[in-house]
Write a protein that binds this ligand. Structure first.
Ligand code: PHE
Length: 445
């Protein structure tokens, strides 16, 4: 990516990256699996006090480095350049993410197709339908995964990202309207007040060390942090962009969408008596149960909902491939095509293995300590690699970069006071929070 974004181009790309399955698929099921309110509170805390600062830090490295992540860390380090460049390898983490992410996109495409056919009659049927797909149908899943895979790689290799961004100018607001519309519809149901209570009244007895780490990991995941994505996009920022405002806008939008999706989904989850802690199948059980009850309207909303979600996923998936591609192109002098072949082969193989690990017959061969490969990928990326990436970024900007240059870049937009607070966060508060949450899980879980 050598061309510069326009001002709004960066916001669109960063928001496209941030808003995705993390908001509508992962946030609700993680919240359900971790007991609700207390998890949400830690999640919001993590966005505000960790996520936003690291987002800004990543933007800084990208904008000042103006290259791939490895070159940026090397060029901007005031000492130990040879060592710091290795921090740029965080750009490989999103390749692990996109491998299982594209599997979920495959499920969503399958549900676009389902929307045209017969929707499930009740929650039980919806649960069996999802279960049969995920743990029974290898062939079908490989087919849909392959479609998702080629769609994403085709877009990236043919440089039609502009076109996708244009499509998203319609589809993102559409997704937003559907989410808000369904939330308003849900307000008259008994499930609504239960959902609000579940999400916003914290029960701290539910907060295990693993939920704390999961909430931190979810904050990283949803803002696309700690993996070089925001950094790589920021390397194409125009000269005088108000980085502070752009970053706040993206974080705000992303959080609002996750919360609306959560309220909406849990209203129906409780209305239909579905188990909120059921895991990754939550929206695939809840939403089709609802759509199945709405007749023709249900089919229409279902189609739009899943299509909009697929597109939200596409713009996120694209942003997962870009950092490693950019490194291979700039640093290793690969052609873009060669880089995408190498990356594509890796993602395809890992993705198929992830998908197979959910299949009943294959699961025993693709699990470690009763955790399937799909779940392992999800856990390792969100709860280990992303926070470690965040730690490296926060330490780098807080201690290793030239402070005067940072000041020059940011003070015009945020003023001296906020700049100093941000520095204190990066240097002292965030590293401690991340380490404490990670070590707490390691030793006390
Ligand atoms: N933020 C994206 C989502 O919520 C996921 C993502 C993670 C994208 C890491 C890029 C990098 O779906």
């Amino acid at each position: 990516m050598t061309k510069r974004f326009s001002h709004v181009g960066f916001i669109l790309a960063a928001a496209g990256s941030a808003v995705g399955l993390g908001n509508v698929w992962k946030f609700p099921y993680m919240t359900g699996a971790n007991g609700g309110g207390a998890f949400v509170l830690v999640y919001i805390f993590a966005i505000l006090f960790v996520g936003v600062s690291i987002f800004l830090a990543e933007v800084t490295i990208g904008r000042m480095g103006r290259g791939d992540s490895v070159s940026s860390f090397r060029d901007l380090a005031t000492k130990h350049k040879g060592l710091w460049k290795y921090a740029g390898f965080i750009s490989f983490t999103p390749l692990l993410i996109v491998s299982f992410y594209a599997v979920v996109m495959g499920w969503l495409i399958k549900y676009v197709v389902v929307s045209f056919g017969s929707l499930p009659e009740n929650a039980k049927a919806a649960g069996s339908m999802f279960g049969a797909l995920v743990s029974g149908s290898v062939g079908e899943q490989i087919l849909y995964f392959t479609i998702a895979f080629f769609a994403v790689f085709y877009i990236v290799s043919h440089g039609i990202i502009k076109g996708i961004e244009k499509a998203n100018v319609i589809l993102m607001p559409l997704l937003f309207i559907i989410l808000v519309g369904l939330m308003i519809y849900a307000m008259q149901l008994d499930g609504f007040s239960k959902a609000v209570g579940f999400l916003f009244v914290p029960d701290f007895s539910k907060l295990q060390p693993s939920s704390l780490l999961a909430a931190l990991g979810q904050a990283f995941f949803t803002l696309s942090l700690g993996v070089g994505t925001i950094m790589t996009y920021a390397s194409s920022l125009p000269e005088n962009n108000n980085l502070f405002r752009s970053s706040l806008m993206v974080a705000f939008l992303d959080t609002i969408i996750a919360l609306i999706a959560g309220i909406m989904i849990f209203s129906f989850t409780f209305h239909f008596g579905i188990d909120p802690s059921g895991g990754p199948g939550l929206i695939f059980q809840t939403m089709p149960t609802l759509f199945g009850k709405l007749g023709l309207t249900g089919h229409i909303i279902s189609t739009l909902f899943f299509i909009a979600l697929v597109f939200a996923g596409v713009t996120s998936a694209i942003s997962m491939i870009e950092p490693a591609t950019s490194y291979m192109e700039n640093y290793l002098n690969f052609t873009r095509k060669k880089a995408l072949y190498v990356i594509g082969a890796f993602v395809y193989i890992v993705g198929v293995l992830a998908l197979c690990s959910n299949i009943k017959d294959f699961n025993p061969y693709l699990s470690v300590a009763s955790m399937g490969f799909f779940d392992i990928l999800d856990f390792i990326t969100s709860s280990i690699l992303m926070p470690i990436g965040g730690l490296l970024i926060t330490i780098f900007v807080g201690y290793v970069m030239d402070k005067d240059k940072l000041k020059e870049l940011f003070v015009p937009f945020m003023g001296e006071r906020i700049f100093s607070i941000w520095m204190v966060f990066l240097r002292y508060f965030i590293p401690v929070i991340i380490l404490v949450i990670m070590l707490n899980k390691l030793f006390f879980d």
